[in-house]
Design a protein around this ligand. Sequence first.
Ligand code: BGC
Length: 967
Amino acid sequence: MRAKVMNRAPRAVRFLLLTSVLAVFATQEAAASTLHPAQLRVEWLSSPAGVDAARPRLSWRVESAERGQRQTAFHILVASSPALLAKDRGDLWDSGKQATSETLSIPYGGKELRSAQRCHWKVRVWDKDGAESEWSEPAHWSMGLIEPFAWKAEWISYRDTTPLHTNRQTLHLPPARHYRKEFRARKTVKAAMLYASALGLFEFHLNGERIGDAYFEPGWADYAKRGYYRTYDVTHLVQKGPNAIGAIVAEGWYSGYVGYGLLVGYGPARTGRSFYGKTPAVAAQLELEYSDGTRELIGTDPSWQVTERGPIREADLIMGESYDARAELGAWTKAGYTQTWPAAIPAALNDSTRAIVFDSAGERETELGFQKPPKMQAYLAPPIRVTAELPAQRLTEPEPGTYIFDLGQNIAGIIRLKVRGAAGTQVRLRYGEMLHPNGRLMTENLRRARATDYYTLRGDPNGETWSPRFTYHGFQFVEITGLAAKPGLDAVTGLVLHNDTPLTGTFECSDEVMTRFAKNALWTQRANFVEVPTDCPQRDERLGWMGDAQTYVRTATFNADVAAFFNKWLDDVEEAQRDFGAFPDYCPYPMAHGTPRKTFGAGWTDAGVICPWTIWKVYGDTRVVERHWNSLTRFMAWRAASTSPDGLGVSIGNPWGDWLNVGENTPIEFIDTCYHALDCRLMAEMAEAIGQSFEARQYRQRFVAIKNAFGKSYVTNGLLSVDTQSAYVLALWTGLMPDKLATSAAETLASKIARNGHRMATGFLGTRALLPVLSAHGQHDMAVRLFQNRIFPSWGYEVVNGATTVWERWDSFTKEHGFDGATGKNNAAMNSFSHYSFGAVMEWAYRVLAGIDTDGSGYARIQLRPSPPAPGSNPDQKPIDWVRAEYDSARGRIISHWRQSESAFEFDASVPANTTATVFLPAVSVDKIEESGKPLSQAAGVRYLRMEGDRAVLEVGSGSYRFVAKR
Ligand code: BGC
């Protein structure tokens, strides 16, 4: 406000104002706000380029070291230039002072935003006493090409005269193509934006520089319906005069190998490749804005040139990449390049390619020639990029000339290879997650993924360095053959690749094995959040499996800020929804799985509801609910129509159920009933959140009807007729167990587990909910005991058997039986060492054991309920007696650090500004509690509410607290 008045005032007045303002400032210094807006985000991303939401959602955090601080109002300015913003002029939007505590997902409310509009913004806030903050640091975003006519570039390709590959016995791995175009910028360039898309994958270069640092762009969609595009500000790369732009284009998901298609003989001619089309194509436009305000557009068209020569001889996401450094093209992305390549052609000029496509839905004829995606969409997830480099830790030579590098950590990504040798030497690189006892690489679990790269040396006497661009692998070990001399340990560096979702959680506890497990879960998430939430990164699969995603989504939110990642993937999920309403087994859905019209599975299809619900719950994101509401209600209509007349579940679709359970099968009908009921509850909550109270009531009624039918059908004398651990878990978790029987049902569950040698028998679905259910219903010590188990099947068992990631099976490897599992019967081919589903227990570790939870949605209100086990409650391990968890929620950092001893329970807690928390502190009575060394009654910002059993219930505002409850 001060600055605004001054800028508009005449000079003399300005001086007077300045002196009086300074005087006021000096006297009011004490009253200045301690609340600062920070971390500005748009559509959950920091300063994104190419946003295509008409009213982008703006979010920030407010920070303060003061207790009990909160926001009472905000003021947003959005300007068309940094200069205007600096003058506090919001020519696009001046929100004025808005009295609200909200800091998340404020919809932009200014002038209509056009394609390519640049927006610069800042926000200031008012604190609990009405004191005004400084303006935040400025942030920005730019709009994508939102009007359809804004896309002017032509889709281009190379002339492709090769027949469609139809031989399932041989791999078909075409070279990546290089495209280039020289152009003159006639005047001084003020701004340059590049909008780029491909059917396939691209990597763009301008004047010798790679554009951005992302991999596997533009992204995977059902290209017949939609294409993703990316936007880059390339102002710094374009110069007045001659310029050159180039792109390398590879097959990717569009025409390369996808999933298990080759293994089972799905896809065009059963080859497992070319699911969406035969020949990659690219479309891009570079928009130049000159300093005199005029504009010029350089778009892809037949004046671009393309070559199939070049070093990247093979490039496939699953199979690997081959690079011949002797065939490098020189300065092909610089102006003045002397080679001439053939002209590119309009992609539509390539011939039509009709092919018979096979999958579980049967045979049908499909067009694999170019089809322009009818809709273009901005890619608004954090890009896939290298987020860490891991130097090799060990080098072995199991047989002469075969060198194996151990990164010490299972990851997904690529390597940087550094070698020296004679020109023409071909190095073969194979990747594996494990070694055989004889030291050789274990590749059985890769199935049909070739996962092999080749590098042919150019013979540089100073050595040469290379990384693949269009492939990635799941691996800890890299095998090199083909070198004449033994390489050094520095020949291999692991490059960790995944969507760069900001990491948000750390978890440590007194049990070192479980501290390691927490890291393993995070590593597994990093290895699998690659474009979509995948099941595993190593074998020929890497699909967005729905069951895995729904079991894990809540854990994912603790480990990383996945709001934008899931916002993006949920569009893919809606796109893959079947015409009859079900969500299929994985999304995107290039090939059908299972019986026609039964291409779904109980607990898998329901990810379509559970994932958006979780994103709403954790981030307070109601738009994701609104955006998919029609699709969700269509799904629920199908779900209602496909239950039995009394509302109970049925056994149709894929029969995975409690997949990978240990000897206890729970019938699909039962699981189906539970998930349908859960869907109803979650739909009711989401309906309420978006103001659909009528629908909310309907879903609640439907839940009650299912619950009644369930009670009649499955419950006798307080026991379930389905006598498995998972049956009890799911009935309790979904709320289907009659309320008055819940405690005794949990006792039954606990005694079943005890009779089973204190072991779980649960699979994907049961395990996710097992510990939460035990803890919620009076069996917390049992939950902690299972968490700390080292015996099969348990999380600790993996760790003590050497896991650095979460395994698909509890016994993917054992020291006694190797890859044959605890029972000696495992199938080595179906045995991923990087599968996050069983890692879903980390939800419980954060939410229950550390006790960090949202109360309502979006962590505006927080629940802190640290939950130690009873001392001595575990005869096998010392029960966990301290936990330190930190979580960067959407509103700021939450800390729960507790320590239990004979004399006291100590609890260090932090709650972000603008939130409040209810603390459930283990305590014998209120007068035994101190906060920062003072009796509770004198603690600033803490209000004692009541005793609730063995816990004192306290209300705290933002800030850091140190509670000690003496015994
Ligand atoms: C995947 C699983 C997935 C399952 C369906 C597997 O191949 O790896 O994690 O959910 O298929 O049962």
